[in-house]
Design a protein around this ligand. Structure first.
Ligand code: ZN
Length: 251
């Protein structure tokens, strides 16, 4: 018995030495600020805001409406509608952040010269350790060019796709082929403007293989899809991550 215990004690360090430690991932952090607004912080600390509709968004927590809390390196705007442009201009003036948006939006935003980085579909922009790819969205943006989505690629090769406002479209297959996003920030709001939860679920099923699906652009106003409808459309999909406005997840 004593010999057995001795052998068992010796086996533990041997086992620990041979079991490979899980490889640490370079986590990026995603905070949902309500509607289509997100703050993304890369593993290297690059802080990006996307569609910062904050002070007027009924879903944004009070603490996140305080613009003095933000220090982004860049603000990304998907299209000209008020629920996406939001507080972009005020934040740009306050922080000096770059503003990345379809080029035609420049005169509408009134962002200080030198801070505006115009873009269009197919474009690539480097901000800190994040490569930003501009992809299509099936929506409107009049006046102010065409609507876009953004794929953020991190140094470890993983990526996050913010769809902007969109309906399902076949070229999502190309976004998967080119960037294979691990995290989808997915428009599911339905109503009169965008794809509804069931169509968004179909888009994921047909075109993507993400690790996490974060629905957005729902529940903000009457007429948009409610949280129950989103849950129902993605029922059984363990990748669904329903965030609360103000919540942060690390991926
Ligand atoms: Zn919208």
């Amino acid at each position: 018995m004593r010999v057995f215990m001795l052998l068992a004690a010796m086996a533990v360090p041997a086992l620990m030495a041979t079991t490979p430690a899980p490889r640490p991932r370079d986590a990026f952090k995603v905070t949902w600020l309500g509607h289509a607004a997100f703050e993304v912080v890369s593993p290297g600390g690059t802080d990006l805001l996307i569609d910062p509709y904050l002070t007027q968004d009924p879903a944004t927590p009070a603490a996140d409406k305080d613009l003095s809390r933000y220090h982004p390196a860049a603000i990304l705007v998907t299209h000209s509608h008020g629920d996406h442009v939001g507080d972009t201009t005020a934040l740009a003036k306050r922080t000096g952040a770059k503003v990345i948006a379809p080029s035609e939006l420049m005169p509408l935003l009134g962002v200080p010269q030198g801070q505006f980085i115009g873009c269009n579909v197919g474009g690539r922009i480097q901000v800190g350790d994040v490569t930003i790819h501009v992809v299509p969205a099936m929506h409107g943006s009049t006046p102010g060019g065409r609507p876009v989505g953004y794929v953020l690629t991190f140094k470890d090769g993983r990526s996050l796709y913010h769809t902007g406002d969109t309906w399902i479209f076949g070229d999502m297959a190309l976004i998967q082929e080119l960037y294979h996003p691990e995290v989808l920030l997915l428009c599911v709001g339905g109503g009169p403007y965008t794809e509804d939860p069931a169509t968004a679920a179909l888009a994921v099923k047909k075109y993507f293989h993400p690790e996490a699906i974060v629905p957005m652009h729902y529940g903000t106003f009457p007429g948009l899809a409610k949280a129950e409808e989103v849950r129902k459309a993605f029922a059984g999909d363990k990748r669904l991550r329903m965030m609360q406005p103000g919540e942060t997840l690390a991926f």
